[in-house]
Design a protein around this ligand. Sequence first.
Ligand code: LMR
Length: 394
Amino acid sequence: MFSQLSAPTPDAILALMTAFRADTRTDKVDLGVGVYRDASGDTPVLDAVREAEQRVFQAQQTKAYVGVAGDAVFCEEMIGMTLGSSVPAERVRCLQAPGGSGALRLVGELMNQAKHGARVFISDPSWPNHVPLLEAAGLEIHSYPYFDPDTRDVNIEGMLEGIAEAGPGDLVLLHGCCHNPTGASFSAEHWAAIAERAVAQGFVPFVDFAYQGFGEGLEEDAAGVRALAAVVPEMVLAASCSKNFGLYRERVGAAIVVAENATLADLAFRNAMSVARGSYSMPPDHGAAVVRAIMQDPSLKSRWITELDTMRKRMLDTRSELVTELRNATGSERFDFIGRHSGMFSRLGIPGAQIERMREEHGIYIVGDSRINVAGFKTGQAAKFAQALVATEA
Ligand code: LMR
Protein backbone atom coordinates (compact mmCIF):
# COMPACT_ATOMS: atom_id res chain seq x y z
CA MET A 1 0.00 0.00 0.00
CA PHE A 2 2.77 2.43 0.84
CA SER A 3 3.77 2.58 -2.81
CA GLN A 4 0.49 4.40 -3.42
CA LEU A 5 1.71 7.31 -1.32
CA SER A 6 3.26 10.38 -2.86
CA ALA A 7 6.04 12.35 -1.20
CA PRO A 8 4.62 14.92 1.24
CA THR A 9 5.56 18.58 0.99
CA PRO A 10 8.23 19.19 3.62
CA ASP A 11 7.40 21.66 6.40
CA ALA A 12 9.78 24.61 5.99
CA ILE A 13 10.28 25.17 9.72
CA LEU A 14 10.89 21.52 10.60
CA ALA A 15 13.28 21.11 7.65
CA LEU A 16 15.29 24.11 8.85
CA MET A 17 15.40 22.66 12.39
CA THR A 18 16.91 19.45 11.01
CA ALA A 19 19.44 21.32 8.88
CA PHE A 20 20.50 23.44 11.86
CA ARG A 21 21.04 20.40 14.08
CA ALA A 22 23.21 18.79 11.40
CA ASP A 23 25.40 21.90 11.02
CA THR A 24 28.68 21.36 12.94
CA ARG A 25 29.76 25.01 13.02
CA THR A 26 30.01 26.16 16.65
CA ASP A 27 29.13 29.79 15.89
CA LYS A 28 25.91 28.94 14.02
CA VAL A 29 22.84 31.09 14.76
CA ASP A 30 19.37 29.57 14.95
CA LEU A 31 16.69 32.09 14.03
CA GLY A 32 14.36 29.37 12.75
CA VAL A 33 11.86 27.47 14.87
CA GLY A 34 9.67 29.51 17.21
CA VAL A 35 11.14 28.42 20.53
CA TYR A 36 12.18 30.98 23.15
CA ARG A 37 15.85 30.99 24.11
CA ASP A 38 17.69 32.98 26.74
CA ALA A 39 20.89 34.96 26.07
CA SER A 40 22.93 31.74 26.32
CA GLY A 41 20.79 29.99 23.74
CA ASP A 42 19.00 27.74 26.23
CA THR A 43 15.29 27.06 26.64
CA PRO A 44 15.20 26.37 30.38
CA VAL A 45 12.23 24.95 32.26
CA LEU A 46 10.61 27.93 34.02
CA ASP A 47 11.03 27.98 37.82
CA ALA A 48 7.27 28.21 38.32
CA VAL A 49 6.84 25.15 36.07
CA ARG A 50 9.48 23.17 38.00
CA GLU A 51 7.82 23.98 41.29
CA ALA A 52 4.37 23.10 39.93
CA GLU A 53 5.72 19.82 38.55
CA GLN A 54 6.95 18.84 42.01
CA ARG A 55 3.52 19.56 43.44
CA VAL A 56 1.77 17.61 40.69
CA PHE A 57 4.03 14.59 41.24
CA GLN A 58 3.45 14.72 45.00
CA ALA A 59 -0.31 15.05 44.73
CA GLN A 60 -1.04 12.70 41.85
CA GLN A 61 -2.70 9.46 42.95
CA THR A 62 -3.65 7.96 39.62
CA LYS A 63 -2.85 7.81 35.94
CA ALA A 64 -6.45 7.08 34.98
CA TYR A 65 -7.83 9.08 32.03
CA VAL A 66 -8.68 12.74 32.57
CA GLY A 67 -11.70 12.54 30.24
CA VAL A 68 -12.35 13.65 26.66
CA ALA A 69 -12.65 17.37 27.47
CA GLY A 70 -9.66 17.30 29.80
CA ASP A 71 -9.43 19.00 33.15
CA ALA A 72 -12.32 21.38 33.86
CA VAL A 73 -10.30 23.63 36.19
CA PHE A 74 -7.53 24.00 33.60
CA CYS A 75 -10.21 24.88 31.05
CA GLU A 76 -11.73 27.52 33.35
CA GLU A 77 -8.28 29.05 33.78
CA MET A 78 -7.70 29.09 30.03
CA ILE A 79 -11.03 30.83 29.44
CA GLY A 80 -10.10 33.42 32.05
CA MET A 81 -6.60 33.93 30.64
CA THR A 82 -7.80 34.44 27.06
CA LEU A 83 -11.27 35.94 27.27
CA GLY A 84 -11.27 37.47 30.75
CA SER A 85 -14.83 38.51 31.51
CA SER A 86 -15.63 39.66 27.98
CA VAL A 87 -18.31 36.99 27.45
CA PRO A 88 -20.86 35.60 29.96
CA ALA A 89 -19.64 32.22 31.21
CA GLU A 90 -22.76 30.36 30.06
CA ARG A 91 -21.88 31.11 26.42
CA VAL A 92 -18.33 29.72 26.61
CA ARG A 93 -17.03 26.13 26.60
CA CYS A 94 -13.47 24.80 26.53
CA LEU A 95 -11.73 21.53 25.84
CA GLN A 96 -8.16 20.79 26.82
CA ALA A 97 -6.29 19.92 23.63
CA PRO A 98 -2.89 18.43 22.73
CA GLY A 99 -1.09 21.74 22.10
CA GLY A 100 -2.19 24.79 20.18
CA SER A 101 -2.00 22.76 16.95
CA GLY A 102 -4.27 20.08 18.43
CA ALA A 103 -6.71 22.84 19.40
CA LEU A 104 -6.59 24.31 15.88
CA ARG A 105 -7.34 20.93 14.37
CA LEU A 106 -10.13 20.24 16.84
CA VAL A 107 -11.78 23.60 16.17
CA GLY A 108 -11.27 23.17 12.42
CA GLU A 109 -12.98 19.77 12.45
CA LEU A 110 -15.79 21.05 14.65
CA MET A 111 -16.50 23.87 12.22
CA ASN A 112 -16.31 21.48 9.31
CA GLN A 113 -18.89 19.37 11.10
CA ALA A 114 -21.10 22.44 11.51
CA LYS A 115 -20.74 23.31 7.83
CA HIS A 116 -19.02 20.86 5.53
CA GLY A 117 -16.19 22.53 3.62
CA ALA A 118 -16.73 25.86 5.37
CA ARG A 119 -14.47 28.58 4.03
CA VAL A 120 -11.65 29.81 6.22
CA PHE A 121 -9.88 33.06 5.33
CA ILE A 122 -6.23 32.98 6.42
CA SER A 123 -3.74 35.85 6.43
CA ASP A 124 -1.21 35.89 3.63
CA PRO A 125 1.35 35.13 4.94
CA SER A 126 0.58 32.97 7.96
CA TRP A 127 2.18 30.19 10.00
CA PRO A 128 3.04 27.64 7.27
CA ASN A 129 1.13 24.86 9.05
CA HIS A 130 -2.19 26.73 9.08
CA VAL A 131 -3.10 25.78 5.53
CA PRO A 132 -2.28 22.03 5.60
CA LEU A 133 -3.72 21.66 9.09
CA LEU A 134 -7.05 23.33 8.35
CA GLU A 135 -7.27 21.77 4.90
CA ALA A 136 -6.89 18.37 6.57
CA ALA A 137 -9.75 19.36 8.89
CA GLY A 138 -11.91 19.68 5.77
CA LEU A 139 -12.11 23.46 5.49
CA GLU A 140 -11.84 25.35 2.21
CA ILE A 141 -8.84 27.64 2.30
CA HIS A 142 -8.99 31.28 1.20
CA SER A 143 -6.53 34.01 1.97
CA TYR A 144 -6.56 37.71 2.68
CA PRO A 145 -3.72 40.21 2.20
CA TYR A 146 -2.07 41.03 5.49
CA PHE A 147 1.42 42.43 5.24
CA ASP A 148 2.52 45.61 3.51
CA PRO A 149 5.95 44.74 2.07
CA ASP A 150 6.96 48.41 1.89
CA THR A 151 6.10 49.57 5.39
CA ARG A 152 6.37 46.04 6.91
CA ASP A 153 3.22 46.87 8.87
CA VAL A 154 -0.29 45.40 8.75
CA ASN A 155 -2.07 46.22 5.49
CA ILE A 156 -5.41 46.79 7.19
CA GLU A 157 -7.19 48.20 4.13
CA GLY A 158 -6.06 45.21 2.06
CA MET A 159 -7.14 42.85 4.79
CA LEU A 160 -10.62 44.34 5.19
CA GLU A 161 -11.05 44.22 1.43
CA GLY A 162 -9.81 40.61 1.39
CA ILE A 163 -12.40 39.51 3.95
CA ALA A 164 -15.21 41.62 2.49
CA GLU A 165 -16.84 38.54 0.97
CA ALA A 166 -16.68 36.52 4.20
CA GLY A 167 -20.17 36.14 5.62
CA PRO A 168 -22.30 33.78 7.68
CA GLY A 169 -20.87 30.25 7.62
CA ASP A 170 -17.34 31.52 6.90
CA LEU A 171 -14.41 31.68 9.28
CA VAL A 172 -11.71 34.34 9.44
CA LEU A 173 -8.51 33.17 11.10
CA LEU A 174 -6.85 35.90 13.18
CA HIS A 175 -3.61 35.78 15.12
CA GLY A 176 -4.57 36.87 18.66
CA CYS A 177 -1.30 38.79 19.02
CA CYS A 178 2.33 38.60 17.81
CA HIS A 179 1.62 37.67 14.20
CA ASN A 180 3.53 34.65 12.94
CA PRO A 181 5.53 35.03 10.67
CA THR A 182 5.57 38.80 10.17
CA GLY A 183 5.64 40.32 13.68
CA ALA A 184 3.28 43.02 12.39
CA SER A 185 0.31 42.79 14.72
CA PHE A 186 -3.11 44.39 15.02
CA SER A 187 -3.53 47.68 16.89
CA ALA A 188 -6.61 48.42 19.00
CA GLU A 189 -8.04 50.33 16.01
CA HIS A 190 -7.49 47.33 13.75
CA TRP A 191 -9.31 45.06 16.20
CA ALA A 192 -12.19 47.51 16.37
CA ALA A 193 -12.46 47.57 12.57
CA ILE A 194 -12.39 43.75 12.41
CA ALA A 195 -15.05 43.51 15.12
CA GLU A 196 -17.26 45.92 13.20
CA ARG A 197 -16.89 43.79 10.05
CA ALA A 198 -17.51 40.55 11.92
CA VAL A 199 -20.78 41.90 13.30
CA ALA A 200 -21.87 43.48 10.01
CA GLN A 201 -20.87 40.57 7.74
CA GLY A 202 -21.63 37.67 10.09
CA PHE A 203 -18.43 35.64 9.70
CA VAL A 204 -17.07 33.70 12.68
CA PRO A 205 -13.69 34.89 14.01
CA PHE A 206 -11.28 32.00 14.57
CA VAL A 207 -8.43 33.16 16.81
CA ASP A 208 -5.08 31.41 16.96
CA PHE A 209 -3.71 32.54 20.32
CA ALA A 210 -0.26 30.99 20.52
CA TYR A 211 1.85 33.85 21.87
CA GLN A 212 -0.19 35.52 24.62
CA GLY A 213 2.23 37.38 26.87
CA PHE A 214 5.00 37.68 24.29
CA GLY A 215 3.82 41.01 22.84
CA GLU A 216 2.95 43.69 25.37
CA GLY A 217 1.99 41.55 28.36
CA LEU A 218 -0.43 38.79 29.33
CA GLU A 219 -3.46 41.05 29.78
CA GLU A 220 -2.50 43.62 27.16
CA ASP A 221 -2.14 40.95 24.47
CA ALA A 222 -5.70 39.77 25.08
CA ALA A 223 -7.32 43.20 24.74
CA GLY A 224 -8.12 42.89 21.02
CA VAL A 225 -9.45 39.34 21.31
CA ARG A 226 -11.64 40.34 24.25
CA ALA A 227 -12.99 43.42 22.47
CA LEU A 228 -13.96 41.17 19.56
CA ALA A 229 -15.46 38.45 21.79
CA ALA A 230 -17.61 41.04 23.54
CA VAL A 231 -19.52 41.92 20.38
CA VAL A 232 -19.76 38.81 18.19
CA PRO A 233 -22.38 36.09 18.65
CA GLU A 234 -19.97 33.26 17.83
CA MET A 235 -16.21 32.88 17.97
CA VAL A 236 -13.69 30.05 18.26
CA LEU A 237 -10.19 30.09 19.73
CA ALA A 238 -7.17 27.81 19.76
CA ALA A 239 -4.90 28.74 22.66
CA SER A 240 -1.45 27.37 23.38
CA CYS A 241 0.70 27.14 26.52
CA SER A 242 3.80 26.10 24.54
CA LYS A 243 5.41 29.51 24.44
CA ASN A 244 4.14 31.46 27.46
CA PHE A 245 4.65 28.55 29.89
CA GLY A 246 7.57 27.08 27.93
CA LEU A 247 5.73 23.74 27.88
CA TYR A 248 6.37 23.00 24.19
CA ARG A 249 6.90 19.23 24.37
CA GLU A 250 4.14 18.67 26.91
CA ARG A 251 1.51 19.67 24.32
CA VAL A 252 -0.82 21.94 26.27
CA GLY A 253 -3.58 23.79 24.48
CA ALA A 254 -7.23 24.71 24.70
CA ALA A 255 -10.04 24.78 22.16
CA ILE A 256 -12.55 27.42 23.20
CA VAL A 257 -15.97 28.08 21.68
CA VAL A 258 -18.16 31.12 22.23
CA ALA A 259 -21.78 30.53 21.21
CA GLU A 260 -24.84 32.72 21.04
CA ASN A 261 -26.44 31.07 24.07
CA ALA A 262 -25.90 28.27 26.57
CA THR A 263 -27.84 25.68 24.54
CA LEU A 264 -25.71 26.22 21.45
CA ALA A 265 -22.56 26.32 23.55
CA ASP A 266 -23.45 22.87 24.92
CA LEU A 267 -24.20 21.56 21.46
CA ALA A 268 -20.83 22.81 20.17
CA PHE A 269 -19.09 21.34 23.22
CA ARG A 270 -20.67 17.90 22.79
CA ASN A 271 -19.74 17.88 19.11
CA ALA A 272 -16.18 18.94 19.91
CA MET A 273 -15.97 16.04 22.37
CA SER A 274 -17.05 13.63 19.62
CA VAL A 275 -14.38 15.04 17.33
CA ALA A 276 -11.73 14.62 20.03
CA ARG A 277 -12.92 11.11 20.83
CA GLY A 278 -12.68 10.16 17.16
CA SER A 279 -9.14 11.48 16.96
CA TYR A 280 -6.79 11.32 19.98
CA SER A 281 -9.60 10.24 22.33
CA MET A 282 -8.35 12.01 25.47
CA PRO A 283 -5.73 14.71 25.98
CA PRO A 284 -2.43 14.20 27.83
CA ASP A 285 -2.52 15.33 31.45
CA HIS A 286 0.86 16.48 32.68
CA GLY A 287 1.33 19.91 31.08
CA ALA A 288 -2.24 21.00 31.75
CA ALA A 289 -1.94 19.84 35.37
CA VAL A 290 1.16 22.04 35.67
CA VAL A 291 -0.66 25.06 34.21
CA ARG A 292 -3.57 24.44 36.56
CA ALA A 293 -1.25 24.28 39.57
CA ILE A 294 0.39 27.56 38.59
CA MET A 295 -2.82 29.40 37.85
CA GLN A 296 -4.51 28.23 41.05
CA ASP A 297 -1.77 29.44 43.36
CA PRO A 298 -1.39 33.23 43.49
CA SER A 299 2.29 33.16 44.47
CA LEU A 300 3.21 30.61 41.80
CA LYS A 301 1.19 32.56 39.27
CA SER A 302 2.99 35.77 40.07
CA ARG A 303 6.37 33.97 39.74
CA TRP A 304 5.28 32.70 36.35
CA ILE A 305 4.18 36.16 35.20
CA THR A 306 7.54 37.58 36.28
CA GLU A 307 9.30 34.89 34.22
CA LEU A 308 7.02 35.55 31.27
CA ASP A 309 7.81 39.26 31.52
CA THR A 310 11.52 38.46 31.56
CA MET A 311 11.17 36.51 28.31
CA ARG A 312 9.15 39.31 26.75
CA LYS A 313 11.62 41.99 27.84
CA ARG A 314 14.55 40.04 26.47
CA MET A 315 12.85 39.91 23.08
CA LEU A 316 12.17 43.65 23.23
CA ASP A 317 15.79 44.35 24.19
CA THR A 318 17.02 42.14 21.37
CA ARG A 319 14.81 44.05 18.94
CA SER A 320 16.38 47.35 20.08
CA GLU A 321 19.87 45.88 19.83
CA LEU A 322 19.15 44.59 16.33
CA VAL A 323 17.83 47.95 15.19
CA THR A 324 20.99 49.65 16.48
CA GLU A 325 23.33 47.08 14.95
CA LEU A 326 21.50 47.21 11.63
CA ARG A 327 21.57 51.01 11.62
CA ASN A 328 25.32 50.89 12.21
CA ALA A 329 25.97 48.20 9.62
CA THR A 330 23.73 49.58 6.86
CA GLY A 331 24.10 53.29 7.64
CA SER A 332 20.32 53.51 7.23
CA GLU A 333 17.07 53.12 9.12
CA ARG A 334 15.61 50.56 6.77
CA PHE A 335 15.41 47.84 9.41
CA ASP A 336 13.83 50.04 12.09
CA PHE A 337 10.55 48.18 11.54
CA ILE A 338 12.01 45.33 13.65
CA GLY A 339 11.55 47.62 16.65
CA ARG A 340 7.88 48.18 15.77
CA HIS A 341 7.08 44.50 15.41
CA SER A 342 5.90 42.45 18.37
CA GLY A 343 6.37 38.96 19.73
CA MET A 344 8.90 36.44 18.65
CA PHE A 345 9.12 37.07 14.93
CA SER A 346 9.89 39.66 12.29
CA ARG A 347 9.68 39.23 8.56
CA LEU A 348 12.73 40.90 7.05
CA GLY A 349 11.63 40.89 3.44
CA ILE A 350 15.07 39.87 2.15
CA PRO A 351 15.37 37.63 -0.92
CA GLY A 352 15.71 33.84 -0.81
CA ALA A 353 19.18 33.89 -2.37
CA GLN A 354 20.43 36.11 0.45
CA ILE A 355 18.83 33.86 3.08
CA GLU A 356 20.69 30.92 1.53
CA ARG A 357 23.99 32.79 1.52
CA MET A 358 23.55 33.79 5.16
CA ARG A 359 23.08 30.13 6.02
CA GLU A 360 25.91 28.79 3.85
CA GLU A 361 28.50 31.50 4.41
CA HIS A 362 27.69 32.62 7.96
CA GLY A 363 25.78 29.74 9.59
CA ILE A 364 22.76 31.94 10.18
CA TYR A 365 19.48 30.04 9.86
CA ILE A 366 16.43 32.05 8.78
CA VAL A 367 13.12 30.57 7.57
CA GLY A 368 12.80 30.78 3.76
CA ASP A 369 10.08 33.43 3.91
CA SER A 370 12.65 35.67 5.70
CA ARG A 371 11.14 35.21 9.17
CA ILE A 372 13.58 35.57 12.06
CA ASN A 373 13.00 34.45 15.65
CA VAL A 374 14.36 37.35 17.70
CA ALA A 375 14.71 35.09 20.74
CA GLY A 376 17.26 33.05 18.78
CA PHE A 377 20.07 35.60 19.20
CA LYS A 378 22.64 34.76 21.83
CA THR A 379 24.67 37.56 23.41
CA GLY A 380 26.75 39.26 20.72
CA GLN A 381 25.09 37.54 17.77
CA ALA A 382 23.05 40.59 16.71
CA ALA A 383 26.24 42.31 15.54
CA LYS A 384 27.35 39.22 13.61
CA PHE A 385 23.92 39.04 12.03
CA ALA A 386 23.96 42.69 10.94
CA GLN A 387 27.38 42.31 9.36
CA ALA A 388 26.39 39.09 7.58
CA LEU A 389 23.24 40.74 6.29
CA VAL A 390 25.22 43.58 4.72
CA ALA A 391 27.91 41.21 3.42
CA THR A 392 25.33 39.10 1.59
CA GLU A 393 23.41 42.02 0.11
CA ALA A 394 25.72 42.53 -2.85
C1 LMR B 1 6.95 28.17 14.74
O1 LMR B 1 6.19 28.87 14.06
O2 LMR B 1 8.17 28.10 14.51
C2 LMR B 1 6.40 27.40 15.91
O3 LMR B 1 5.04 27.60 16.03
C3 LMR B 1 6.81 25.97 15.89
C4 LMR B 1 6.10 25.18 14.85
O4 LMR B 1 5.49 24.16 15.22
O5 LMR B 1 6.15 25.52 13.65
